[in-house]
Ligand binder design. Sequence first.
Ligand code: ADE
Length: 291
Amino acid sequence: MYRSIFAQALFKDQVVIVTGGGSGIGRCVAHELAALGAVVALVGRTPEKLAAVQAEIAAAGGRSDAYPCNIRDEEGVKALVARVLERHGRIDGLVNNAGGQFPAPLKDISLKGWEAVLQTNLTGGFLMARECLNQAMAASGGAIVNIVADMWGGMPNMGHSGAARAGMVNFTETAAFEWAQYGVRVNAVAPGYVASSGMDAYPPAMHQTIREFPQTVPLKRFGTEAEVSAAIVFLLSGAASFITGTTLRVDGGRPNVRPGMPMPEMRNPAEPFNGFHLATLPKILQDGGAS
Ligand code: ADE
């Protein structure tokens, strides 16, 4: 079972949509929410990946169902939210986690590539949030958590993603104001370098750079998926009832590093929080993994 720090039935019978639920952080938070009693609506483009996570959650005694959908497609998003409502009669939470990008310097990004990344990481999240608000949450309240990234101060070689994630932070702030009247809280979580399956999608030329990321992090390690999930679950929960419009960084202090300021040695490394029973290291971080 998932080893959550939260109370066992915290989300009992609540319906929470998790986009990008077929892998990585989305899969992890879907497991944690299901372990806490939620019915999780898994959204993603690949039905096989969603079915696999659904089976894992069922094996752990949890409840979920799968909704294959491309979040860039407005009609598809409208229909998906309507189907979740039809099946369950309510939507209490949305984790806007689906995302993706490809590494490239700005000068080499085509209009098509730029728009694709903006659509996935900004427009898709807006469509999901808007539909959840208009179809369900404006009447019954709810909580939305947008997953962004450590793009503070720029995101070299990921400029399209950085621009989209920064846009999502501002969207979070506007939505927090406009939707507070409906009892809807809107927050974001910004993960830094997290050991997650997404790391294996990067080209071999980047693998060594990725392995060296922890040297640039004050806490001197990668984060775990469960550490990000715990932040998301907190923001969805009643314990965060007075929190809206904020972005919670989960990044080991990476943006607090100052150029020219020597990085101190780590003297007392703390144990990572590893509550996810099915967590595995991405291949590029395993001993003898892909190089
Ligand atoms: N995960 C990554 N990109 C996605 C998309 N466009 N739709 C749904 N899930 C996704």
